[in-house]
Design a protein around this ligand. Sequence first.
Ligand code: PEP
Length: 246
Amino acid sequence: MIIANWKCNGSIEMMLSWTDDYVKECDDIHTFDTFVGVAPPSIYFETFSVEISHLNILGGVQDIDYLDGSRTGAISVDMLIDLGCDFSIIGHSERRQIFNEDNNLIRKKLKSLNEKIMTILCIGETKEENDKGITKDVLKNQLEIVNGLDLDTQFTVAYEPVWAIGSGITPKPKDINEIHKYIKDVVQSNSVNNRTPKVLYGGSVTDKNAESFFTEEFVDGALVGGASLDGSSFASIVNIFNGIDK
Ligand code: PEP
């Protein structure tokens, strides 16, 4: 599974050239089985959906609100179902840091999406937490979001160390692998239906380093920020993933 998170970037013009570049670079776009998803800014979701309708790409969003009604500026799950949205990212560290989102709110979002729209829950430790050697404790705390929930089959976690996002620095692939195994075990034991999720790695993934992550046993794919803004770089990452026997 390879997911693009465009964050608050892009324009109508960019979307048109992005798909052209993606198609030129991506091998055999009609036959591979990989889940490839792109989350543009929600305001562009419909236009982008039309652009990708002939491709093996699914359209998603970067966040949602957990209720509808008197919530100015919000976009609800039912509205996204109306638009044919295939997945939503939630819990991104930028949402936690800039918009002060906490586990309590993110759990409400997960509950509103569960069994309706596939969820990608982002978790990750800060540099300071990593330096202190408390990464697993931090992740365990963030994963309390799934406690006691019956998780749907497509529930996915993205491990995104905050210090790796947009920095060009990444953990070593073997360390990522160990953390992914840990995440799978925690979710498996904390969810009511003992769901073992797919776990994606996110944080400075490019077409230069992607292979080193994808060859690790417990890395099920990537969540890509910066490098996904270029259709041809993103397609290269998809090609690399498809070349690895998972
Ligand atoms: C992200 O923020 O989800 C992300 C993966 O960003 P980048 O690839 O730019 O580090």
